[in-house]
Write a new protein. Structure first.
Length: 132
């Protein structure tokens, strides 16, 4: 049996099937693939780590609990402004930017606005998104 004969036999068998039988076969194959895919998705969902929302220290005490201050809880000392700069540097950063995180606590200078930081001679850091 060569390829041409095999092709003729398979084509004849397909012609013998009615359209409803072909749709049924296609539907069964589709449901099988869909079930397999959903099974794979459920494995991915089970292995996923739960989402955790973490707030930086400077936000947790000052912003999140600004109206409700439990007894004995005080805002951290570093929440003196919106922007931070180093005494030894020339750039100002947001506290959550990598540059702002690297500044030692003893060298931090806080500013309430970009105008205030510029007036003091500092320029915006290039790696902090949103600084102008």
């Amino acid at each position: 049996m060569n390829i041409a004969e095999l092709y003729r036999k398979s084509k004849q068998k397909l012609d013998d099937l009615s359209k409803s039988e072909l749709y049924t076969i296609a539907l069964i194959i589709f449901i099988g693939f869909a079930g397999f895919g959903l099974g794979r998705l459920s494995l991915i969902e089970d292995s996923r780590e739960a989402v955790r929302i973490e707030y930086p220290e400077y936000l947790s005490a000052s912003v999140l609990n600004s109206n409700k201050n439990p007894a004995g809880a005080t805002a951290p000392a570093e929440t003196q402004g919106l922007l931070v700069a180093s005494k030894n540097g020339s750039k100002y950063h947001y506290p959550w930017c990598s540059g702002g995180k690297r500044i030692a606590e003893k060298n931090k200078i806080w500013f309430d606005s970009t105008a205030e930081a510029r007036k003091a001679g500092y320029t915006p850091a290039g790696n902090c998104k949103g600084l102008k």
